[in-house]
Design a protein around this ligand. Structure first.
Ligand code: PEP
Ligand code: MG
Length: 883
């Protein structure tokens, strides 16, 4: 097996396409070298070697040694220096380099090859003893720490003692002979600690460093970083051994980092910093203030210290040329490390630069406009989920954060406001224009108006699909759910968090993108929806096949959805319309009625209001399809529960309190999610669905008659399991629709369909398709019923499953493509067989999740439907899935 790949001297064994084998750094060093750019010669030991090392009890492959020696010989030839030669020593750096960049997580050793003899050679070559011994002491410190496992503090202490003795404060105050004494003390310290002298043999040093880099793949930092970024342990790291170049050889030497464009704004201008007479670690360590690269940047910042353009004008011209070449070659913004050794430029690294969502958007659009990439490539360059950052106000990254609790990032965006503990107060204060944050143990449908009036929502309990999370996302309200650290005492009006107490009216902020709850006010950045955003979305729309609709029931939601480019409403949850105070009384009257006549009487009051809702939606949607789902939740959700609530309702409605309470108790179900809900309401009490169908058809006729675009209503039945059930519902729907149309003497096209929310519905989809003209996969319930995991309680234990790797992601957030996904494929196939052309969509929360959208593309669905604020994300994700 080949374990070692060389680079340098204008050529290389590898190239940029070999990231998996050579790691990102190694692959790009090879590529730059092949491009003829000035790269110090070196070689890369492959990631496969790392994998072998761990698979074989930390043993190297037998033939590695010979290959490393060969690689080293090549470097010696290209540099004209020899490893361990006291007169003309080759020195190397040894660095990690995984497939995905893991900044600072693994180990590095610089100046390797120095010992008591070669340091003299370096001094002679450089004509600078001070530099040579400074390099030696740096090497001893780094190697002792990284390879020998000694604490770096002990070396800093020794250096401090010397500074004190010499009465100097900065390193530059030490002369050559001072550094020699520091080196002697460092070596004594190592021998003292380990009972062995500091290794003098450069080859032993090299193998020590290679081993340390491989070992660092398994250090705690690296493991944690991998888990955070989904990087598999099996990838392993490569090791890059590269001849040293020195940025600390005097005033014509320097080291720095550069981005070809600004990584936070995307502006097309060289961005970065450098330090004269320094090694790379000095830039990162932040001991000295780095200088600007360009004169313009220096002037803008009002800096005095000269920029690279001014201090090293000739090298800068060459540098600018190289950097521009790299960006053109990689066709993306680059993040570059470089060193100048006595006026000669060396490139040490290049990679596609990390960037903010805003910069990603601008860079992608600019690169396409510059003709460097195609529009389709630009579409692929922006992470759909990152658009969230652009659609909501966000916390200024420069603003300090006083975190008092963390929960789930349930709905993105940030908000600041006064704490309120109940929905009524939120509604009152919010209505009066106050910024409030609603803080609840958990929310229920009754809180919806308070949630709407609040700037943001925090709950102590509940998962990513809890009521608070779903509703908040729908409204575009930032939300942190399941912040279990919070203790809420609604009675005393106090909130306890991390040992602090907050009162109602105290100001907090929330970051729904990170799940953080913060004390006090934070600085915000407002979203920007025109310009680059609009351009990229236009390109995405050109290539996508899936249609994108929104889940919306209020006029505001519908308008927002259209503004974000929704092509219809995929789910209008009619129950949300029932909580309006003007109608909740009638709804309660209906539920409490003893018989059908009583229910009909109450429903007659609801009908005109419901019809107005639909008129409004149809008008806003201007002929786009609107899927209206008939009543779904268990009825008791509409009833007051505590005796206090009951008394209030009794008073408001004039109903008998005792009867109210009795009926509420009667309606109590042991397992309401599997109880009397969904179309079971329509089967048991057909009059409820009849009134809703009547309202829909009357509204559609009214809008069509007014000369506006004819609405396209799709009447949808929830929680259907059986063909016979669907047949009943279809007959009911058509009967009422025909009756209304006959009464009005006009006709309108409408469709009748079903949600697929139960495994049985998916498996027997052909039965359902006999009577249903469309399917909408309700993957919230379908996930709940397939796993048998309650969507409202999953937050309590799913964390443990994710920690233990049993679930990779929360299945309520990202579709379980194997299990739930199989059911969707089965349903699509069987449904189409029974009814070719049956329209297929998804309206669960997964409709806004990019990975799930890719699945929907693959499964051949017709559309996805998601909350209004996720519509742009879905448009982009659908485009990427189609490319
Ligand atoms: C679903 O179950 O996926 C769905 C969209 O309906 P709801 O969330 O209202 O139960
Ligand atoms: Mg459902």
């Amino acid at each position: 097996t080949r374990w070692v790949y060389s680079f340098g001297g204008g050529g290389a064994d590898g190239d940029a396409s070999m990231k998996n084998l050579l790691g990102g750094k190694g692959a790009n060093l090879a590529e730059m070298s092949s491009l003829g750019l000035p790269v110090p010669p070196g070689f890369t030991i492959t990631t496969e070697c790392c994998t072998h090392y761990y698979a074989n009890d930390r043993q190297y492959p037998a033939d590695l040694k010979a290959q490393v020696e060969q690689g080293l010989a090549k470097v010696e030839e290209l540099t004209g220096k020899t490893f361990g030669d006291p007169k003309n020593p080759l020195l190397v750096s040894v660095r990690s380099g995984a497939r995905a960049s893991m900044p600072g997580m693994m180990d590095t050793v610089l100046n390797l090859g120095l010992n008591d003899q070669t340091v003299e050679g370096l001094a002679a070559l450089a004509g600078d003893r001070r530099f040579a011994f400074d390099s030696y002491r740096r090497f001893i410190q780094m190697y002792s720490n990284v390879v020998l496992g000694l604490d770096h503090h002990m070396f800093e202490e020794i250096l401090d003692e010397h500074k004190e003795r010499l009465d100097v404060t900065v390193d530059t105050g030490l002369a050559a002979e001072d550094w020699e004494r520091v080196v002697a003390d460092y070596k004594a310290q190592v021998e003292n600690e380990l009972g062995q002298p500091f290794p003098q043999d450069p080859h032993a040093q090299l193998w020590g460093a290679i081993g340390a880099v491989f070992a660092s793949w398994m250090n705690d930092r690296a493991k944690f970083y991998r888990r955070m970024h989904d990087i598999p342990e099996s990838w392993g790291t490569a090791v890059n051994v590269q001849s040293m170049v020195f940025g600390n050889m005097g005033e014509t030497s320097a080291t720095g980092v550069a981005f070809t464009r600004n990584p936070s704004t995307g502006e097309n201008r060289l961005y970065g910093e450098f330090l004269i007479n320094a090694q790379g670690e000095d830039v990162v360590a932040g001991i000295r203030t780095p200088q600007a690269l360009t004169r313009a940047a220096r002037e803008e910042m009002g800096e005095k210290a000269p920029s690279m353009e001014e201090a090293l004008p000739e090298v800068f011209v060459q540098f600018k040329d190289v950097v521009e070449r790299l960006e053109r070659h990689y066709r993306d913004m680059q993040d570059i490390e470089f060193t100048v050794e006595r006026g000669r430029l060396y490139m040490l690294q290049t990679r596609n630069g990390k960037r903010t969502a805003k910069a990603a958007l601008k860079v992608a659009v600019d690169l396409a406009s510059e003709g460097l990439i195609t529009e389709e490539e630009a579409v692929m360059r922006v992470e759909p989920a990152s658009l969230d950052q652009l659609l909501h106000p966000t916390i200024d990254p420069a603003s300090p954060r006083d975190v008092i609790a963390t929960g789930l990032p349930a709905s993105p965006g940030a908000a600041t406001g006064k704490i309120v503990f109940d929905a009524d107060t939120a509604e009152k204060l919010g209505g009066a224009g106050e910024a409030v944050i609603l803080v609840r143990e958990e929310t229920s449908p009754e809180d919806i108006r308070g949630m709407d009036a609040a700037r943001g929502i925090v709950t102590a309990r509940g998962g990513m699909t809890s009521h608070a999370a779903v509703v908040a996302r729908g409204m575009g309200r930032p939300c942190v759910s399941g912040a279990g650290e919070l203790r809420i005492d609604g009675k005393s009006g106090e909130l306890y968090a991390r040992g602090r107490t907050f009162k109602e009216g105290d100001v907090i902020s929330i970051d729904g993108s990170t799940g953080e709850v913060l004390a006090g006010v934070v600085k915000m950045i407002e979203p920007e929806l025109s310009g680059d955003f609009a351009t990229l979305m236009g390109w995405a729309d050109k290539v996508r096949r899936l249609k994108v609709r929104a889940n919306a029931e209020t006029a505001l939601d519908a308008k927002t959805a259209r503004q974000f480019g929704a092509e219809g409403i995929g789910l209008c949850r009619t129950e949300h319309m029932f909580f309006d105070p003007a109608r909740i009384a009638a709804v309660r009257e209906m539920i409490l009625a003893d018989d059908e006549a009583g229910r009909r009487q109450a429903l007659e009051k609801i009908l005109p209001m419901q019809r107005d809702d639909f008129v409004q939606l149809f008008e806003i949607m201007e002929g786009l399809p609107v899927t209206i789902r008939l009543l779904d939740p268990p009825l008791h959700e509409f009833l007051p529960h505590t005796e206090e609530d009951v008394a209030a309702v009794a008073q408001a409605t004039g109903l008998d309190a005792a009867k109210l309470l009795r009926r509420a108790k009667e309606l109590h179900e042991v397992n309401p999610m599997l109880g009397h809900r969904g179309c079971r309401l329509g089967v048991a009490y057909p009059e409820i669905y009849e009134i809703q169908v009547q309202a829909i058809i009357e509204a559609a006729l009214e809008v069509a008659a007014s000369g506006k675009a004819a609405p396209c209503p799709e009447i949808m039945h929830p929680l259907v399991a059986k063909g016979e059930e669907m047949a009943f519902l279809r007959r009911l729907t058509d009967r009422i629709a025909e009756k209304v149309m006959a009464d009005k003497g006009r006709r309108i096209d409408y469709q009748v369909g079903t949600m697929i929310e139960l495994p049985r519905a998916a498996i027997r989809a052909d039965d359902l398709a006999q009577h249903a003209e469309f399917f909408s996969f309700g993957t919230n319930d379908l996930t709940q019923t397939t796993f048998g995991i309650s969507r409202d309680d999953s937050g309590r234990f799913l964390g443990a499953y994710i920690d233990k790797g049993i679930f990779e992601k929360d299945p309520f957030v990202s579709l379980d493509q194997e299990g739930v996904g199989d059911l969707i494929r089965i349903a699509a196939e069987r449904g189409r067989k029974a009814r070719p052309g049956v329209k297929l969509g998804i309206c669960g929360e997964h409709g806004g999740d990019p990975a799930s959208i890719a699945f929907c593309e693959d499964a051949g669905l017709d559309y996805v439907s998601c909350s209004p604020y996720r519509v742009p994300i879905a448009r982009l994700a659908a485009a990427q899935a189609a490319i």
